[in-house]
Write a protein that binds this ligand. Structure first.
Ligand SMILES: [Ca+2]
Ligand SMILES: [Ca+2]
Length: 102
């Protein structure tokens, strides 16, 4: 179970709402595919992600399930330990989300 600080949780919540384009409170395969396409993936990786993180096997990711999925998205810098920590100026998010003291 991934553990997040408040900033990370707020960030993931924002992302979840962005990805949940029909605002029904869960991420469908189509919605996840749309997200992964912006990240260089596609439907195949969306299927794999849902298979991996859909704990109750309803074919969708709820926010709880999405919390487990979020750290696998490299661009979101939620992995532990944070990769490329504070190495680039564009990475303000990294500063905000937990590597101030590195
Ligand atoms: Ca949805
Ligand atoms: Ca589910």
């Amino acid at each position: 179970m991934a553990v997040f600080n408040e900033n990370q949780l707020a960030y993931i919540k924002t992302k979840f709402e962005e990805v949940d384009t029909d605002k029904n409170g869960s991420i469908s395969l189509e919605e996840l595919t749309a997200l992964l396409k912006t990240l260089g993936g596609g439907e195949f990786s969306a299927r794999i992600s849902i298979a991996q993180f859909d704990e109750n096997k309803d074919g969708r990711l709820t926010f709880d399930e999405f919390l487990e999925f979020a750290p696998t998205v490299e661009n979101w810098n939620l992995q532990f330990p944070v990769r490329n920590a504070c190495s680039s100026e564009e990475d303000n998010r990294c500063l905000k989300y937990g590597c101030e003291d590195s």
